[in-house]
Design a protein around this ligand. Structure first.
Ligand SMILES: Cc1ncc(COP(=O)(O)O)c(C=O)c1O
Length: 462
């Protein structure tokens, strides 16, 4: 088959996939051990294009439909056409973001996005440009934040390593696990991550932070980093930036905001107050593939200080790729931990160009309205119990069992929802209580979808 024929066939397959969007199951669930054996997935013999197209149909058959209104399992979901087109074209042109030379417009668009995001959060002002980089996800953005913080406080560590020093960093008890992973990667040891207590709303307690920093100093450790989470993974809580920041500054610690999930709140009339004071932070992580429905991965590390990213990540090696030429300042490679890097900027840029600030504001405010609607509905439904008033778009609730076996019932219903392809909603267990963590991130979801979903859940429980 030539390219034209493959394209025609592929178009038909995609159209078929899209045509089923709302009627189909969220997933055609098959347990892993069965799927592995279901067919011959081996790589030994060559396969003709027709067979490859059949493989694609199989892939789509088993794929989880993350654009389905009842995919509420993760902090991403929905489908953004402009972003998808961008991803597809980026794959078509198949290059790396290392240098301007091989990714001319990709580099310009990434810089444009970074300027835009830095302006939104207040890092970029008339006399301060700010800087940033796209990377492989919020976890990686948090890693780069930790590396920049270490570079600022201990510049010699870039060459000499830890040299016997015990570093410590402070995150909320409910922060994302990436900080422990990053401590592991940086050789700090996971014990270096100090989990600060939170209040009943899941917000880090300023007095607990102060106490933990002092205790760490008393143990002879070297504190270097504080992170406020803007939208915790389970509860959607926002740590109080304005109260935490002065504590970090007082102790001369880098202040990072993990806005991987909640960064987009800055665009919303309803939620932007949750990020008040963020312009004074040192760095910020923001995944627009989460709340803003861009294709995975569209992730940013943003920094108020110009120069630190290059200072942290650049090496004297790599002269075979990084040259002095008229476009050197547009080469993104020296700012990145990666060498080869996909062009993520095209999809993200096209999506923003399509929606504009106003489109995103409406999108997030609509999701906020859905959250309030759902909470009200749960509170009015005797079979359901709201676990905690949601500060954002994470709605945590459980089904009540007349026999009192609440945990078993909730787990069973969740599993059945997946096995029947009805819905995918994640769960969490806090202090022995199992509950659904329903995420509102797909802007296509409507109130009637939520009505029907709750009915399905209750029917299944019964
Ligand atoms: C608060 C928070 N930070 C960071 C991350 C990691 O983001 P990513 O999955 O893009 O690495 C997540 C993921 O859910 C998150 O919830």
């Amino acid at each position: 088959m030539n390219r034209e024929q493959v394209l025609q066939e592929l178009k038909a397959i995609i159209e078929e996939y899209w045509s089923k969007e709302n009627q189909s199951n969220v997933v055609n669930y098959v347990p892993a051990f069965e799927l592995e054996k279901k067919e011959n997935w081996s790589l030994n013999a060559p396969h003709h294009e027709q067979e490859i197209l059949k493989d694609i149909e199989k892939y789509l058959h088993y794929a989880v439909r993350t654009e389905h209104p009842y995919f509420m399992n993760q902090l991403f979901g929905g489908f953004d056409l402009a972003s998808w087109v961008g991803e597809t074209i980026a794959a078509l042109t198949n290059t790396s973001m290392a240098t301007y030379e091989i990714a001319p417009l990709g580099s310009i668009l990434e810089k444009t996005l970074i300027k835009k995001l830095n302006t939104m959060i207040g890092f970029r002002t008339l006399d301060n440009p700010g800087e940033g980089i796209m990377l492989t996800g919020g976890s990686n953005a948090n890693l780069v934040a930790m590396l920049c913080a270490r570079q600022k406080k201990f510049p010699k560590m870039k060459k000499e390593g830890l040299a016997g020093k015990k570093l410590s960093l402070f995150v909320s008890q409910d922060s994302h696990y990436s900080f422990s992973k990053n401590a592991l990667v940086m050789g700090l040891g996971t014990n270096s991550v100090i989990k600060v207590a939170v209040d009943k709303k899941g917000q880090m307690l300023p007095e607990a932070l102060e106490k933990e920093i002092r205790h760490s100093q008393e143990r002879g450790e070297e504190p270097f980093f504080v992170c406020a989470t803007a939208g915790t993974t389970v509860w959607g809580a926002f740590d109080p930036i304005k109260e935490l920041l002065p504590i970090a500054k007082n102790h001369q610690l880098w202040f990072h905001i993990d806005g991987a999930w909640g960064g987009a709140a800055i665009l919303s009339e309803r939620f932007s107050f949750l990020l008040e004071g963020c312009e004074e932070a040192d760095s910020f992580a923001w995944d627009i593939h989460k709340l803003m429905s861009a294709s995975l991965i569209s992730s940013f590390f943003l920094c108020r200080h110009s120069g630190i990213l290059r200072e942290t990540n650049s090496l004297t090696e790599g002269s075979y790729i990084f040259h002095e030429y008229e476009n050197t300042s547009y080469d993104m490679g020296p700012y990145s931990l990666q060498c080869g890097r996909k062009v993520d900027s095209l999809g993200a840029w096209l999506a923003w160009r399509h929606h504009g600030d106003e489109g995103y504001q409406k999108m997030i405010d609509h999701l906020g309205e859905l959250a309030s609607y759902l909470v009200e509905k749960i509170n009015r439904t005797p079979q359901l119990e709201l676990i905690r008033e949601p500060p954002f778009l994470n709605v945590c609730f459980r089904i009540l069992d007349s026999l009192g076996k609440h945990n078993q019932l909730n787990l069973k219903v969740r599993q059945k929802l997946i096995e029947t392809g009805t819905a995918m909603i994640n769960y969490y267990s806090d202090k022995g209580v199992v509950f659904f963590r329903l995420i509102l991130t797909n802007p296509q979801v409507k109130k009637c979808d939520l009505d029907q979903l709750l009915t399905k859940i209750i029917d299944m429980a019964e």
